[in-house]
Design a protein around this ligand. Structure first.
Ligand code: MLT
Ligand code: ZN
Length: 452
């Protein structure tokens, strides 16, 4: 039988080759990455995923695993001629158990997971701006981070178990809420963050947490990065702190312009956004300590009601979309040790302008984790591939010279693959290749992503 017929038989009625339908699966959110798949298949069960993978393995056809297609490093963008295996139709979900965990299909979105959690009096503890589309399966396979890592950890800390299908069609079932379970290799944690290169995650058991009862958002506009870095230890003392984010004033202005909403503080200097589970009265002693440390009260904005908090937080959360309306950026997501943050942020403009003096840099990120989202927009038009590559090289070289990481949360995907060897070295890459060859000996899963 021809492969196309085998694929149709593996997932009856779930395969499309319609060019218009395939278009949205073929390009990523940033518009920087695209490919030409031969088909898109949307299985509805783990067993159907197994049948699809068996068919693809037998015929040597590459598979691109895709969740909500909100990734930023080209990791879910199809290689030419591959079958896109969309996990979005894997939408089962069980009840929230007595220990506060829930098992959901990989296609459940993060917003849907949060609703399920809220109905039972919990929160999922993972919040991404893309949560309406981003899926639980995608969050697991990329070990998604986001703003509230400070309190709840990355996806890895929230996941106690999962079910996944190997390229052979064998199903590894580790759907468990047991947090104490010392029975051999930790396959769940091996698959979390493996970017769909070892197996297809079909279900995830998520550990929910009790939400904070009070809520407060404070934005502070420090005169410069040095002042903000000096204040960070104090900021971290804010009661029940769950997120400390940052953005350059220019990035905040971009949101103001894009949304037509004026900023509550002068859009200059270095902004820090802190979110906490506290009343204003509870936060006051720390805010006073910050003012005694030199932060002028005119540089502090406070949001108490839900509407005020949403409005203030949007100046951080909407930076990505405001950049995207200005062009196709080179996006880097890097981290450096806290003690080198100031030096790194102070050097990056020169590094970028040494490649392209017209490039426009937009900097923001997750301050508590010294995570820097480096977005570089072209002065005009779009970057030629060689210029984009040289810009990436300049920034990532600077990252390594500051003992940092080339990806703090977005992953390696296609975008950072050629840099992985510099970060992890030959021995570790060889160890990863051994795992890849053992799980996916025909190398059909996500070729070109993470590894060669
Ligand atoms: C964010 O923190 O807003 C996201 O990681 C998105 C981005 O880096 O553009
Ligand atoms: Zn981020």
């Amino acid at each position: 039988m021809e492969f196309d017929d085998v694929l149709d038989a593996a997932a009856p009625g779930r395969v499309t080759r319609d060019a218009d339908v395939m278009a949205s699966y073929s390009v990523d959110w940033t518009r920087r990455w695209s490919g030409r798949p031969r088909a898109v298949v949307r299985p509805e069960s783990a067993e159907q995923v197994a049948d699809v993978l068996r068919a693809c393995t037998q015929h040597g056809v590459a598979v691109t695993v895709q969740g909500g297609n909100t990734g930023l490093v080209g990791g879910a963008v199809p290689s030419d001629g591959s079958v896109v295996l969309s996990t979005r139709a894997l939408r089962s979900h069980g009840p929230v158990s007595a220990d506060g965990s829930v098992t959901v299909g990989a296609g459940v979105t993060l917003v849907e997971l949060e609703s399920l959690a809220a109905e039972a009096g919990y929160t999922a503890g993972l919040s991404l701006a893309s949560g309406e589309s981003a899926t639980v399966g995608g969050a697991a396979s990329t070990n998604a981070g986001g703003a509230r890592v400070l309190r709840y950890g990355s996806a890895r800390q929230r996941i106690s178990g999962l079910r996944a299908v190997m390229p052979s069609g064998d199903i590894v079932d580790r759907r468990t809420s047991l947090v104490k379970d010392n029975t051999g290799y930790d396959l769940t944690n091996l698959l979390i963050g493996s970017e769909g290169t070892l197996a297809v995650i079909t279900d995830v058991t998520w550990k929910l947490v009790r939400p904070l009862t009070d809520h407060l958002v404070v934005a502070m506009s420090f005169p410069d990065v040095r002042a903000a870095v000096a204040a960070l230890p104090t900021i971290l003392q804010l009661p029940q702190i769950d997120a400390v984010e940052w953005a350059e004033g220019a990035a905040v202005s971009r949101v103001a312009e894009h949304s037509g909403t004026p900023t509550p503080l002068p859009a200059e200097g270095f902004w820090v956004f802190a979110e906490m589970g506290s009343s204003l009265v509870g936060a006051e002693p720390v805010l006073e300590a910050l003012m005694s440390g030199g932060l002028d009260s005119s540089r502090i904005a406070i949001a108490e009601s839900a509407a005020e908090r949403r409005a203030l937080w949007s100046f951080r959360e909407r930076i990505t979309e405001s950049i995207s309306t200005a062009g196709v950026p080179v996006k880097l997501d890097v981290g450096v040790p806290a003690e080198r943050f100031e030096e790194f942020v102070g050097s990056i403009t020169d590094a970028v302008h040494s490649v392209d003096a017209d490039a426009v840099l937009v900097l923001f990120g997750h301050f508590a984790e010294s995570n820097i989202h480096v977005n570089i927009l072209p002065g005009a038009g779009t970057f030629a591939d060689d210029v984009a590559g040289a810009l990436e090289d300049a920034v990532l070289e600077l990252v390594l010279s500051h003992d940092g990481t080339i990806s703090a949360e977005h992953g390696i995907g296609r975008a950072k693959r050629r840099w992985l060897i510099r970060q992890r070295g030959e021995t570790q890459l060889a160890a990863m290749a051994l795992l890849k060859n053992a799980w996916d000996p025909h190398r059909i899963l996500n070729p070109g992503v993470l590894l060669d």
